[in-house]
Design a binder for this molecule. Structure first.
Ligand code: ACO
Length: 398
């Protein structure tokens, strides 16, 4: 809406757009989305091709540098990330300070921001080498932090990184390698998780990326900016939706209960979690790829019984006037939780997986932001609706 500011000193017109529905906050050359056609591209490459042919670290390189790496560049990048996976030993103490039942996303947010204290040079964001060092560190260390918060919650000893393994295998080993030192993740499960990381790697100016950019615009170090992104992602309307979907499916329990549930949604009692998107007014292209990954995972783990409820919900919703009229389709979170559950993650870990996948995107956006000469500190206007100048009232007269 364009509205009068109402201010006598400034009778101009301001845009009132509280959810940034039609406001561009930046120029960016990283991710392209056409929400009506269901198109998602990273640096011009369609998400379908990247999910099929690429790896997560190659996609991270692409997002960060704008081009696919040569073999030498890729080898160097993978080597650098692999040899930064260890945490400073003191990091464990932060995690140990949390209650056993603290939400992993909050532990992750706190530990990401605490990383900045170990790398005080990180604040020198004008130096490209310093920037690159923090980018490598954060992408390398976030799976280790994610695995440590998981182990803390389970009351199990931490498993240190094993740098002989690939990025995603290493993450799974840190989570699930216990008394069984020969633990080896099934390559089909590793591949499914790798694809999920690729699908989550960036999504232009979503809520958490906007948080990273907004905080980053104050020129703070990248750990503090990314911690803000983790906080935003935690919310149930954003990355937390995958956890909420699983809880919703468990609550619905059987397909017989779906009609009542849908009636409740239409009556405004609750939302159909995992449906709807600010940008996609068509099927989320990531949801299509995830549906296929579901089949691959269930071939290994056996079918998750909640899949039937999800499929039935989708079928009913896609034919129902309420959802059709509002262009509400399944988003990335509708099916991802089913895969995560099949991989034996508890629901509160789902958004941590999303955060690991999104970290290269947050950092690519942060890097673009700090090099953008047009960028100013993010400081929106407001439309003031309160009282104007009035005299203080003594307590006895109130
Ligand atoms: N279930 C039921 N109704 C819905 C849903 C839903 N999931 N999503 C939107 N609607 C309705 C709204 O109530 C509104 O109806 P109205 O016009 O009668 O008031 C209409 O559809 C438009 O919705 P808005 O809230 O205006 O859409 P907005 O773009 O602001 O919100 C959002 C997008 C937050 C994703 C929303 O669709 C939602 O809450 N979905 C459920 C949570 C979810 O799955 N989030 C994950 C998003 S993807 C991600 O972050 C990775």
């Amino acid at each position: 809406k364009q509205i009068k500011t109402g201010d006598e000193d400034d009778p101009g017109i301001a845009t009132y757009d509280p959810g940034f529905v039609n406001t561009s906050s930046c120029r960016s050359s990283i991710t392209y989305i056409d929400g009506d056609k269901g198109i998602l591209e990273y640096r011009g490459y369609p998400i379908e091709q990247l999910a099929e042919h690429s790896t997560f670290l190659e996609v991270a390189y692409l997002l960060l540098h704008g081009e696919l790496p040569t073999q030498t560049q890729l080898d160097e990048w993978v080597h650098d990330v692999t040899y930064h996976t260890f945490l400073h030993e003191n990091c464990k103490q932060f995690i140990e300070g949390f209650r056993y039942d603290a939400h992993p996303m909050v532990m992750l947010m706190a530990s990401v921001s605490a990383l900045s204290t170990f790398y005080p040079e990180a604040g020198d964001i004008s130096d490209p080498e310093v920037r690159q060092a923090q980018i490598t560190r954060l992408i390398a260390k976030i799976p280790t932090l994610g695995a440590f918060v998981f182990r803390h919650q389970q009351g199990k000893p931490y498993v240190y990184p094993d740098n002989r393994l690939s990025y995603t295998e290493n993450f799974l080993a840190m989570l699930f390698r216990m008394s069984e030192p020969t633990y080896q993740a099934d390559p089909r499960l590793v591949q499914a998780l790798e694809v999920l990381f690729i699908l989550h790697a960036d999504h232009e100016q979503n809520c958490s990326t906007n948080a990273v950019r907004s905080v980053g615009s104050s020129q703070v170090d990248p750990y503090s900016a990314v911690a803000a992104g983790v906080g935003a992602l935690y919310g149930p309307l954003h990355g937390g939706a995958n956890e909420a979907v699983l809880r919703m499916l468990n609550r619905i329990k059987t397909t017989d209960n779906i009609p009542d549930f849908i009636d409740g949604v239409k009556a405004g009692k609750e939302k159909l979690m995992g449906f709807g998107h600010r940008v996609y007014k068509n099927y989320d292209p990531r949801a299509k790829i995830i549906k296929k990954a579901c089949d691959d995972v269930f071939e290994v783990t056996g079918v998750n019984p909640l899949l039937k409820i999800a499929q039935e919900l989708e079928k009913i919703a896609l034919e129902d006037e309420y959802f059709v009229k509002r262009k509400l389709y399944p988003n990335v979170d509708f099916y991802s939780g089913l895969i995560y559950e099949a991989l034996e993650f508890p629901p509160e870990m789902f958004t941590v997986l999303f955060a690991i996948g999104r970290t290269p995107g947050w950092l690519a956006q942060w890097s673009e932001l700090v090099q953008d000469k047009e960028q100013k500190i993010a400081r929106p206007k407001q439309i003031y609706t309160g009282e104007r100048t009035r005299d203080f009232i003594p307590m006895s007269e109130r």
